[in-house]
Ligand binder design. Sequence first.
Ligand code: AMP
Ligand code: TRP
Length: 327
Amino acid sequence: MVKVFSGIRPSGKLHLGNYLGAIKNWIELQNSAQQSIFAVVDYHGITTPYDPKTYQQQIMDVVLDYLAAGIDPDPSADGPLLIRQSKVPQHTELAWLFNTITSIGWLDRLPTYKEQLEKTGVNNMALLDYPVLMAADILIYKSNLVPVGEDQLPHIDLTNEIAKRFNSLFGETLPVVKPHLAEGFRIMSLQDPTKKMSKTGDEGIALSDDPDTIRTKIKKAVTDSGKEVRYDEKEKPAISNLLTIYHLLSGKEIKTLEKKYDGQSYVEFKNDLAEVVVNFLKPFQEKRKKFEDNPDRVMEILTKSEEKARVLASSTLKEIKERMGLE
Ligand code: AMP
Ligand code: TRP
């Protein structure tokens, strides 16, 4: 039985990297899996500096982005669920239990922890513990397939370490978890193709950017030396990244695109790419607006999904507590 779980922190507007690296996969999986749960991981989002005044809005922005991208929750049937992590407190309760079997040495060598530490200079317990909560998010539903971007692979490994240790200490309970990577698993910044496209700075294209902003951003995107539009990650990282985006959004093969732009300049290529992105995002933005205008419907989807998630999560938690001698 395929059980899917994934989540994104509400730490800024979702961008093309989030969509192509993660959400696109969710949409494909949500219909074929027996269970799929998608979360806005608001407890993860507060491990780095944030503004409490705008946090609720940020959470709702991500919810709207999910719905507009095609997550299609159906909590009354056995369909996909869309939840806010903090509304299902069983996640954090399980994280505490997992803390008792997680070595600090597994956590303080993780690249994501070191990166955040360097970036924010804030070293709190939650930042170190972040992947344990992520393991709990996944395992509280006994999920076995997690669509994420490449940067999350060490966290999936850790999830499996925790599950393995739990099973060997307390008896076979938790499944093996597999990551599910998309083809566009690493979309790079438009300003620096050696860095990932991210939610901070303006080097990314937000799913909610208007057409003129998109055109300006693509016009300003850095290119490589030389003139040809050719895929070559080493020699032409910037053009290769733009070709990947073009390919993934248009469905046209990279080879076909190379031929199409043979003898043409970067400028022509970028102009066309801008229109591809604008056209791709148009229906997304229209759908988003519809949900935005109907907050009651959105809240109903969330509360019903969360109610159902709490039932599923309670059942795993009960089993785990029994195994651990807590019940
Ligand atoms: P984050 O924006 O870091 O909270 O990431 C949310 C999800 O999007 C995770 O599954 C990431 O792996 C994925 N993701 C974030 N940035 C990118 C990117 N530039 N390219 C591909 N996937 C990404
Ligand atoms: N750590 C993930 C990120 O930074 C977000 C996340 C939290 C997640 N819990 C999860 C992803 C569970 C997949 C499954 O992007």
